[in-house]
Design a protein around this ligand. Sequence first.
Ligand code: GDP
Ligand code: ZN
Length: 293
Amino acid sequence: MINGKIIKGIGGFYYVDTENGLYECRARGIFRKDKITPLVGDRVAISVVDEENKKGVVEEINKRDTELVRPPIANVDKALIVFAIKNPAPNLSLLDRFIVLAEKENLEIVIVLTKADLDDGSILQEIQGIYELSGYKVIPVSNKTKLNIDKIKDELRGNVVVFAGPSGVGKSSLLNEIDKNFKLQTGEVSEKIKRGKHTTRHAELLKLECGGMVADTPGFSSLTLDDIGEVELKDYFIEFSDFNDCRFGSRCIHEKEPNCAVKEAVQNGDIPKKRYESYIQLLNEIRQGRRRY
Ligand code: GDP
Ligand code: ZN
């Protein structure tokens, strides 16, 4: 048997990338009986049925580390959350929403700030400051001047990555810069949104020449917080965990409770005020059960 990774699934066939090349595989019947469906991203063992025509059978599926729903991919390591510093103007509350969803899925998070070439000297620094204080790695890039494209390649190498972020921020342009084999359409925002809606059940991993793989559709196409509980939300604002001596201990949701260490940290500037405001906003949204996206 040889080990590999499913990079595409179509009509009951799974395309498994191995060191001997790509095999078109059927899945063992036993999976169906056990109600296991092989997923793109699964690490599998296959037996080769026909070497000449590169056909095989998926015999074993390894335990999954993570399992994303949108796009449906197993074992994603990292989310690159992409926002532009300008055009479109960055909506930090939306950025925090992406972060919460990625934290919930247990993904490593890197924040990529595109269009750094449009910086007037303050926006980039402000946003970078907020998220670095929160404990995230922030990489400013420009697809125009090629700033830090090599750093993004370093983040991708050896990993399975999803790009996430709103339309128009430069995700496709960035992928085109990372790998010259890509020729993704850029700039046709409305066209792409429409396409995205029809392909939510489809997912494919694209191999990158720098090593690593990227999902062909952006992550978290649904941005509702429906699955997140009121008490759980604070766990996804990672900087709060540095301030855990609230009077009500772990029961404190850092809102109206007295002697709250998190609220003190916001006052002292140890937690960015913008992040705390996002937290309260998302908390209220969860309570109201609103569906805004
Ligand atoms: P996507 O919707 O996130 O995939 O964004 P696109 O890659 O389609 O880019 C949207 C628009 O932003 C296009 O007109 C790009 O030319 C432009 N753009 C992308 N990256 C940059 C950048 O780094 N700097 C500038 N100034 N424009 C960019
Ligand atoms: Zn508290």
